[in-house]
Structure formats: C-alpha cells, structure tokens
Design a protein around this ligand. Structure first.
Ligand SMILES: Nc1nc2c(ncn2[C@@H]2O[C@H](COP(=O)(O)OP(=O)(O)OP(=O)(O)O)[C@@H](O)[C@H]2O)c(=O)[nH]1
Ligand SMILES: [Mg+2]
Length: 306
C-alpha cells in the first residue's frame, strides 16, 4: 500500500439541503455513518466517511446543506459547509434532478466554482431514479454551461447505488498521490457517543412534524460500556436528553403515555445495535432549553458553534 502510485485525499460533499449527500456517503462507506431523513437540514456537522482500497483512500466530508437562514445554528451549519469546501482536495457538488435547478442552486455552483480555484470539481446529478432519461440531458447541459471547467458530470442514484462505481473511479483519479491520511481500518471519525446522539436525532426528525425537529438537539448524558460476558455481546448503556426550544414542544415530543419517546428510543436503539454489533440500553428524556439554537454558548456545548 506504500507504493508511489497510491492516492489519498479529502473529497467534500456539497449541495443544497436534501439533495442526498448523506445517502451517497452511506452507500459509498457501506454503513450508516450519517443520518438520512426526508426533511431538509438533517446534517448539522461535518462528518468523515473513509473508504480505503488497495489503490486509494478517499476521505469523504459530508456537510450540512447550503441554505439561507437568520437562525444562528443554521448560519453556523452553512459556514461548516463552506469551510469544508475550502479545505478539501476535491469538491463534489451535488444537485437533485427531480427538482428544477433553482436560483439558489445556481448561485451555490457559481460560488463554489469561483472559490474552488483550480481544485478538481465533480458535479453529481442525484436521484436519476426519479426522472426520465430525456429530461436528464438538458439538465446535464445546463450544469455544464454554469460550470464548464469541472472534471466531470455524473448522473447517479445514491439510493439505488446506480453509477456510484463510475463516480468513484473518476474521484480516485482526481486525488493527489499521497500515502493514506487515516488508519485504513477506520471508516468514520465519529465516536460511538456522537453516533448515538445522531441516531436519536434521526428518529426525532422522522417522528415529529413542523418546526419541532429543527428546534431539537440531543445531548448524551451518560455513556457506559460493559464488556461482553461469556459468549454474549457487549452492552452500551446510554442516557440521552432531547433538547427542545420551548415548553410547548415537550408534551408533543413525549406523546400520549410516552408513545412518541418510546418509538424514537426503540428505532434508534435497533439502528445502533446493528451499526455497533453490541446490545444497547437507551434511556431518553426531554429537556427544555428556551431557544437553544440561537444561544452561542449552548451551540458550542453541542458542537454546533462557529
Ligand atoms: N429517489 C431518491 N431519493 C433519494 C436519493 N438519494 C437520497 N434520496 C432521499 O432524499 C432525502 C434526503 O437525503 P439525505 O441524504 O438526507 O440528503 P442530504 O443532502 O444529506 O440533506 P441535508 O443533510 O439536509 O443537507 C432522503 O429521503 C433520501 O432517502 C436517490 O438517489 N433517489
Ligand atoms: Mg445530510
């Protein structure tokens, strides 16, 4: 693996919210390292997914969707995305072809192209399973017209894994020659604790409607690992608080007789057990922190500061 032709580098996954960045990352890594929901603004942090083979190590950087907002947390999220773009060796700019290419997408592409300098850019046109082939060609032409100097324009379906191998071959060729940047055994930089918080937040996004998911965060309050006994599996005991921004969200999140909280806990626990291969005890409760998403101190504590 230490031969001179080995390639390694960072590849930022960039795009508007909900285009499928995290879905693509998970497909490439072969595990759910980033949570995915049908709602926009699911990803809030920079998340690494590392893929190593005999010839290359691709370090993917999943980012929050680029959007406009007056809320402090959201502004920090967008800053995280542009900072990742600034640092990466290769930029993947993703769009959702099941929706028209709107003014926000065009502005984003133009900004990334002009700030990207001479670093390779690859456009990924996602969700091709949702459109007819004849509608894809004008979309490819339009993207090429907006950013004619990109290295490639690849239509994919991240959900179905269509054309992802072709994309990977192109990305590998864009990477600089370098030894691996990370231990080849690693597939993410997130701790089990961070993954647990994200898996709970995913289920809050899935279960709740309107503004509630966007005004919710998860804090792990206790994380205890117990080694496996005999031939059993190891056990993780996790206590997590779900933060809400106002008193009135608390009963909605808990649900009748605790039904919502119970459902969120069960699905998150099952997902964690699958990912980590151990048993998980997950205790959830709801904590009110008024407008935590606009308070810099609170955001820093949650790892969402600027
Ligand atoms: N039909 C279809 N749906 C997809 C595809 N890729 C992603 N999706 C769906 O699009 C939605 C958003 O996917 P995410 O991966 O969370 O999108 P994201 O770009 O990471 O979104 P943010 O984190 O909010 O910026 C989910 O419901 C996915 O299942 C695809 O190739 N085809
Ligand atoms: Mg995401």
């Amino acid at each position: 693996m230490n031969d001179e032709s080995f390639r390694s580098g960072t590849i930022a996954l960039l795009g508007r919210p909900n285009v499928g960045k995290s879905t693509l990352l998970n497909h490439i890594i072969g595990a759910k390292v980033a949570i995915v929901t049908p709602k926009p603004q699911t990803t809030r942090h920079r998340i690494l997914g590392i893929r190593t083979d005999a010839h290359s190590q691709m370090v993917f950087v999943d980012t929050p969707g680029i959007h406009q907002s007056s809320q402090q947390m959201n502004r920090n999220m967008v800053r995280v995305a542009f900072a990742a773009a600034e640092e990466a060796d290769v930029l993947v700019i993703m769009q959702d072809v099941s929706k028209p290419l709107d003014a926000g997408t065009r502005r984003m592409i133009e900004r990334l192209a002009s700030e990207g300098g001479d670093r390779p850019r690859v456009h990924v046109l996602n969700k091709i399973d949702q459109v007819r082939k004849q509608d894809l060609l004008p979309r490819l032409a339009l993207t090429q017209q907006i950013d004619p100097d990109a290295r490639g324009y690849v239509p994919v379906s991240a959900r179905k894994g269509q054309q992802v191998e072709a994309l990977l071959a192109l990305l590998a060729a864009c990477l600089p020659q370098s030894p691996p940047l990370y231990d080849p055994e690693w597939f993410t930089d997130q701790s089990q604790r961070q993954l647990a918080a994200e898996y709970v937040r995913e289920q809050v996004f899935m279960a709740m409607q309107q503004e509630i998911p966007f005004q919710t965060a998860v804090e792990i309050e206790r994380f205890a690992e117990h080694a496996a006994e005999d031939r059993g599996r190891a056990l993780l005991e996790i206590d997590a608080a779900i933060l809400v921004g106002s008193e009135r969200h608390k009963p909605m999140l808990i649900g009748k007789g605790g039904a919502n909280l119970k459902h969120i806990g069960t699905v998150a626990r099952q997902g964690l057990e699958r990912l980590l291969g151990c048993r998980v005890h997950l205790n959830l409760w709801v904590k009110v922190e008024p407008e935590w998403y606009n308070r810099p101190g609170q955001l820093r504590e949650l790892g969402l500061g600027d």
